[in-house]
Design a protein around this ligand. Structure first.
Ligand code: MN
Ligand code: MN
Length: 281
């Protein structure tokens, strides 16, 4: 075989390999990414008010209510791009990014209250780095949560969300609380920390489930799975979150918020009126 033919063959082989790679890049399946926490909207149009103050962190966004000492709601994107090996930091602490005239709840404000320092955005949803995990322990991300609600009902729902991610989905999660008075392990209380922190009466969550992809808001259709739950902040709560499934419309009516406001009105009307009947584990 001539030297020339060898060169031609080599070039053909190189070309084949290269075009194979190029094709792979074009047709690669969607890779999970970290997307905007408020892509689906700002439910209470939070901005700079004392009772509706927008805090946008890299790891989640929230509307803080300084009268209550808790967030009105916390919103975050969850995909496998947020999950890694960082250990739980457990560094509960005041959030000093709040303006100077806001009371900054400290970890010990919950001590002896009979309520857990319950995460809105869960520790286990932010494990890519120690910094990410640490951000979930800011007290602006906490509510006084009845231990059985936090450790059973809510833990089960949080685990199910991460299972949905393991199954190839990405989620938009909005969690909030409203009303006054709950029952922890030391009985019924309306406030803790000498009135600086209000104990919510109800704790809700809305979860939008999408297969991993891009341009998320625009691919939400009437068939998109939306899970809405609204639970009592009482130790007598049922461990099964599924028994508290409701509609987004019902949560909007209770809170006065407009959830999923960046989704077209026609699609919102359908999704928000439906009670999820999908799998629960
Ligand atoms: Mn609605
Ligand atoms: Mn809505």
């Amino acid at each position: 075989m001539s030297q020339k033919l060898h060169v031609v063959r080599f070039l053909l082989l190189a070309l084949t390999l290269f075009s194979g790679c190029a094709e792979k890049i074009v047709t690669a399946p969607n890779k999970p990414s970290q997307d905007a926490h408020l892509a689906l909207g700002n439910p209470s149009r939070a901005a700079s008010a004392f009772d509706n103050y927008l805090l946008e962190k890299r790891q989640y966004a929230l509307a803080y209510n300084s009268y209550r000492g808790t967030a009105n709601w916390v919103s975050w994107h969850l995909s496998s791009a947020w999950i890694g090996d960082a250990p739980r930091q457990d560094n509960f602490r005041a959030d000093n990014t709040l303006p100077a005239n806001f009371y900054k709840v400290v970890s010990t404000d919950y001590t002896g209250s009979g309520f857990d320092r319950g995460h809105n955005c869960p520790s286990a949803d932010r494990t890519l780095s120690a910094d990410d995990n640490s951000s979930t322990f800011l007290m602006t991300n906490m509510i006084p949560q009845a231990p059985n609600n936090n450790q059973r009902t809510w833990a089960n729902l949080e685990n199910y969300c991460r299972k949905l991610v393991d199954e190839g989905n990405e989620l938009y999660i909005i969690m909030g609380s409203y009303g006054k008075g709950g029952e922890g392990s030391n009985g019924f209380k309306e406030t803790i920390a000498e009135g600086k922190v209000t104990v919510p009466n109800r704790i809700w969550k809305v979860i939008v489930v999408l297969p991993v992809g891009t341009d998320d808001v625009n691919r939400i259709t009437p068939d998109t799975r939306v899970i809405a739950v609204d639970t009592p902040n009482f130790n007598s709560v049922n461990a099964s979150w599924a028994s508290y499934r409701t509609t987004v419309d019902a949560i909007e009516a209770k809170t006065g918020y407009d959830l999923l406001s960046n989704v077209s009105k026609a699609v919102q009307d359908i999704l928000e009126a439906r009670v999820d009947e999908g799998p629960t584990q």
